[in-house]
Design a binder for this molecule. Sequence first.
Ligand SMILES: [Zn+2]
Length: 458
Amino acid sequence: MRNIFLLGCFAFSSMAIANQNNPKTEFTDQAALHKIQSQISANNIERDIAKLVSFGTRHTLSETESDTRGIGAARRWIKAELEKISKACGNCLEVYFQSETISGERRIPDPVEVVSVIAVQKGTTDPGRYVIMSGDIDSRVSDVMNYTDDSPGANDNASGVAGTLEAARVLSKYKFNGSIVYAALAGEEQGLFGGRIMAEQAQKDGWRIKAVLNNDMIGNIEGINGVINNTTARIFAEGTRQTETPEEARLRRFTGGEVDSPSRNLARYIDWMADRYIPNLDTMVIYRLDRFRRGGHHRPFNDLGYPGVRIMETNEHYDRQHQDLRTENGIVYGDTLDGVNFEYAAKLTALNAVSLAGMAWAPTPPAKVEIKGAVQPSTTLSWQAADKIQNPNLAGYKIYWRYTDAPQWQFSRYVGDVTEFTLKNVVIDNYFFGVASVSKDGYESPVVFPGAAGAFGE
Ligand SMILES: [Zn+2]
């Protein structure tokens, strides 16, 4: 978000001295995040997309026996690659297949095992708290049931899987307080099955999911509308949460929160990271679940109330999506390798990596955030103290606020390690408020809007 970037620059000039005394009162520039950004390799991403394309088709119903063709070979290669990454970090990843047999569905009529590949990098102090990066293994052509023809799916969505593998390669060299999950999800094109299976299992296992960064098409820079641009990306984030009860909706009518679901504040967090750590990238936060009437694998997580967004290119090219490979009237159709810009895919991968790292190093987002202040000159926020054993690096909390029609948080105040604070003479009616937790070295959680509408969970 451009205007906030300028705001950030303005703040820098007067901040240098304050930073020396108290790194957590203002934005702390993190050398480690710049380093992570610089370590993401476009060459690795290109190699991995080419490898995924080499399996011919990765259609969900395609063959599973061959070692060179079909979705079975593709998922075994992804698992082997994650195991290789794990070996290089002293077995820091737990790598496994997650599967369920699906049948009787419109796009999966006969029984098929839908198999995702998951790698978990356990956090050191709060392993039950998770941030997730995902891409999709499967591909398709014009007929969604055609599982034999070549279906390279280079951008949709080998790019998302290759980015996820590369993020794992870089982030596995570090240790984080919270857990990071790298997921290659299956069955996306047939009806978002892999994401549904993973979200339901996570809920059963009591995972405290704070973020799902679903990457679906992160490599195209030439739009069907003629725009060629490698400096913007989109973050799709739903509005009011799907799990909101009628009573919560009634309350929200009087308190606000329509534009402050945890998914939206997750999107603001990623946007903020782009402005600070990714050169030549400006993200558009889009106030929608996904593209108009279209779907992606963050949705099954949103369905269960987890914060999740879709990260993707700004300029899509429909001749290169879900198309039989062919030339018609001089137009070349198909999702082939030459339609992917690997430097751009690396840029979006770096955006994921710094966002995951920032959240996994930060304390958990504040829970049970409440606000009061009607008919008073001041606004009081309260929240639950973060568990000190899970969050030994917690320094304290920062209150953020903004004008109600502003897209990004504009004002902030570090208030220390307290669980309640009153902003004197800041009138509640005129702003939206939220609270972030801050680590001793200045890592911040996403901002949490008060009440059920904004909650990131326990
Ligand atoms: Zn697709």
